[in-house]
Write a protein that binds this ligand. Sequence first.
Ligand SMILES: C[S@@+](CC[C@H](N)C(=O)[O-])C[C@H]1O[C@@H](n2cnc3c(N)ncnc32)[C@H](O)[C@@H]1O
Length: 271
Amino acid sequence: MTRSKDKRDAYYRRAKESGYRARSAFKLIQLDEEFGLFAGVHRVLDLCAAPGGWSQVAAERLAQVSAEGLSGCRIIAVDLQEIAPIEGVTRVQGDITHPAVLQHIETLVAPEQVELVLSDGAPDVTGMHDMDEYVQHELVRAALTVCGALLKAGGTLVAKIFRGPEVALLYAQLRSLFGEVYVAKPRASRNSSTEAFVVCRQFRPDAVPARDALVLPPFVACGDLNDSNADMNYVSEPGNSYRVVVQPPIDPPYQEAIRRRSGRAAEAGDE
Ligand SMILES: C[S@@+](CC[C@H](N)C(=O)[O-])C[C@H]1O[C@@H](n2cnc3c(N)ncnc32)[C@H](O)[C@@H]1O
């Protein structure tokens, strides 16, 4: 039997010992240690949640921070796959990109809104990095659409990203909707992976375009947007875990990046 050596790493073993369903639980724990994600939070939406490691962590943290324990809290976990029961967590099986699923979640959350949206979504990777990054970023954009409907003003989004050539465009979108955007690589995230996490705070619902407007047109070129990094102030911290502050806002937000990308495609004769 072949078994990936990564499967037997320290976090995998610790997850087994601690009763977490996935080693990814430690990524959220470490992000929480750094950013205090659950302070004052009573309602959490966990997107792309199966098998449920992040929901387990959310349930533990909310039980600790809420005076009434979990009974005064709401955690909703959504995934394409079925999620086994977790105490205090409402489970939804569905596609987060589907409007009917969003409507269903809205009925579960109403009349309140959530203070924290988590999204650890990952597509089935193909190994074609540009394609995988594109599909993964579409999941983040679906999470943004969900935020537009359900995240409270001032709320927080934590989402997995892949740091490929198009990531600057995603940062620009996030920066237009949130007052603070950080990029963090928790120690539990494998160094070999381009995975990182955006922690986006101070959600501004008034900056959200009409529903569906966040969906970008199909890619017209595989351009390298790294030159737009010049607009950002990257602050790295030493060690395995680091944080990047994305600032100041790129203004106008992502239209400029789209315009440049379209321009390059036209120059290359792709249009
Ligand atoms: C890395 S796993 C999430 C792990 C989870 N955070 C945990 O700690 O157990 C990624 C998940 O994204 C889900 N996913 C991918 N695309 C999705 C979509 N369109 N709608 C809902 N879930 C999706 C997959 O089914 C998979 O369970």
